[in-house]
Write a protein that binds this ligand. Structure first.
Ligand code: BEZ
Ligand code: FE
Length: 278
């Protein structure tokens, strides 16, 4: 049953923010207050439940440190991260869709020449990735920076293996004059997001899967184009329909078939949104 609550209180709180000088902050605060009070009134929230929520958020904060960001993980499993991506990255049809960034990117990873190996000792089934980058007009994008990162055969990123002598499963490539890049690696496998904190308890309480479908992360930066942050997901993965962070888009699913030589290959064409000329 809906609880009517207090309209006067909601109005009073909304009015208290009405003189916020920054217009965007004023808009965000007004909407936040409206939705927060709407949530409390719709659910008829008890004081005990509100306190449980506060204790949960406190535990989320206490789980954060310089390597672990449980609030981002909470945003991810609530679909908020992906909703922000969706709101921000509306692009013309034909452009590659964006998805969540995730916590395992490392800025300044090693440059890898085309044809080089990004696995660098990471265990897994060997594969070759052939990519191309073009823009929304169909022109190849030369000299784009292509940052790739992925987990190994145990579903772990190098940053989850303290003490490794060098980075594994990541690298930064550049497209050639025809917009192409290629490298060798290992085939990604599914892995669970961290479940040893409050977000894991939330997934457990709601009987949700923690397993992300196998994927390769890609960030492409090219002057004059929107930066693309996306994944390529592996077709046939049993977790595609239950990604805990809601990152899967059908257009991003591709197979890594075996070639005539028996080695698996991924071929994927990325399309960037070109900025309008000023
Ligand atoms: C990832 O794909 O690396 C990831 C994304 C969101 C939460 C956890 C992991
Ligand atoms: Fe990932």
């Amino acid at each position: 049953m809906n609880n009517p609550g207090s309209d006067a209180l909601l109005q009073q709180v909304a009015d208290s923010f009405a003189a916020t000088p920054d217009p965007r902050l004023r808009e965000i605060l007004a909407s936040l207050v409206r939705h927060l009070h709407g949530f409390i009134r719709e659910t008829g929230l008890t004081e005990r439940e509100w306190m449980q929520g506060i204790e949960f958020l406190t535990a989320v904060g206490q789980t954060c440190d310089d390597k672990r960001q449980e609030f981002i993980l909470l945003s991810d499993v609530l679909g908020a991260s992906m909703q922000v991506v969706a709101v921000q990255s509306e692009r013309p049809a034909g452009c590659t869709e964006s998805t969540v960034f995730g916590p395992f990117h490392v800025e300044g990873a090693s440059r890898i020449a085309n044809g080089g190996d990004i696995a660098n000792g990471a265990r897994g089934e060997p594969c070759t990735v052939f990519g191309s980058v073009r823009n929304s007009d169909g022109d190849p994008v030369a000299d784009a920076e292509v940052d790739v990162w992925q987990s190994d055969d145990d579903g772990l990123y190098d940053v989850q293996r303290p003490g490794l002598p060098a980075a594994q499963g990541r690298g930064v490539l550049r497209t050639d004059a025809q917009g192409r890049f290629w490298f060798t690696s290992v085939v990604p496998v599914p892995y669970p997001i961290p479940t040893d904190g409050p977000v894991g308890r939330l997934l457990d309480a709601s009987r949700r899967s923690a397993w992300r479908p196998a994927h390769l992360h890609v960030r492409i930066v090219a002057p004059g184009h929107d930066t693309l942050i996306t994944h390529v997901f592996r077709a046939g993965d049993p977790h595609l329909e239950s990604d805990p962070v809601f990152g899967v888009r059908p257009s991003l699913v591709s197979s890594w078939p075996g070639s005539a030589e028996g080695r698996r290959e991924l071929r994927f064409d990325f399309v960037l949104h070109r900025h309008e000329a000023p």
